[in-house]
Design a binder for this molecule. Sequence first.
Ligand code: PLP
Length: 420
Amino acid sequence: MIKTMEKTDIKSSVNEIRKDFPILNRKVNGRPLVYFDNAATSQKPSSVINEMRRYFEEYNANVHRVGHALGQEASLAYEQAREKIALFMNAKSSKEIIFTANATESVNLVAWTWGRDNIKENDEIIVSIMEHHSNFICWQQLAKEKKAILKIVDITDSYELDMQQFEQMLSDKTKLVAITSMSNVLGTINPVKKIAELTHKYGAKILVDASQSVVQMKTDVQDFDCDWLVFTGHKICGPTGIGVLYGKYDILKEMPPFMMGGGMITTVSIADSEWEMPPQRFEAGTPRISEAIGLGIAIDYINNLGVDNIRAYEEELTSYMIKQLLEIEGLTIYGPLDMEKRGATIAFSIKGIHPHDLGTLLDELGIAIRIGHHCAMPLHQRLAVDKTMRASLYFYNTFEEIDYFIQSLKKSVKIFQKFL
Ligand SMILES: Cc1ncc(COP(=O)(O)O)c(C=O)c1O
């Protein structure tokens, strides 16, 4: 396990960092794995894997209201994970942190509870064209059901959120703005603090989807002043099956339950039931104990590296990769070229070559990138492309891997260009 990082230490320690991730040792098709699909899911450090194993081997028990030693240990670890996450995102209290299955469930929770209670006919919901489906479909369907209006903020020619259009869309009819802090395709960083400030001027609420930014930029819910923020654990070195919903406590306590069952009630009688206060109100049934504990350890790992250090290193990697990609004839990058305005996700296409063909050739060379619409079909329709290739970098990637990727990409392009 690497020691606490000094500023900009990641570049010089990347080989040490890589040793924390056992999977990075493996070969694919006889070649060392080059994993550039981090926007889909990140790899897991041994500390996360080991603690989850330790939970099952040493203190596996159900949580909450358990008298015995194992139950108390498990409850403590589960609640400590909640505390760590609250601190990580600067929430006022761990009571504002709800464990869900993933970001998708977190958004659904808000849509099915607050959304159904508060969105009425002719109300307006604003989302952006760059949303992941998980922060799009819920609002689209809610708007349909309630006869509300879904407004969609466009992007500019430089792939940034059109803030001018956003401001024009806001009105007293706006009830909710649901926006990503970083696009999982364009890599665009959105000014969530400014968006929240404008949204609140109209008395509307704002939900931020921080699934991509959470490991690349500081998440400070008090500074953002967002009403809800969601992210998914598996993109931040945690396991799958765990997500987070942050909500301002005053809002959470007015929201009805999402799912009903054990653990979320104070009393149940034949006639009726009463709900626990948040966060328990929203964690019906046996929660995701090992996954929450694993996520807590992942947060320790990220804190140890330092989000600012991660950002600095990934910026260098991204700019190095973009510079070389732009030298390839016929290649289009969909996303801002200004490093301050983007994260480490690079979507691109190459004229005349089908993304799937390239993806298959790269896979044969041990390189994992993603091909498709990346759960952002409305964005791809806006970009007038069916599919893009997406290479997404992480703090354990190296400049050498980028060199190998670029060489392999150029070789593959040459092969296909022969047939054009
Ligand atoms: C921006 C963004 N939001 C939400 C999600 C959904 O995450 P999950 O599938 O874990 O719920 C993703 C996953 O790709 C994402 O990139």
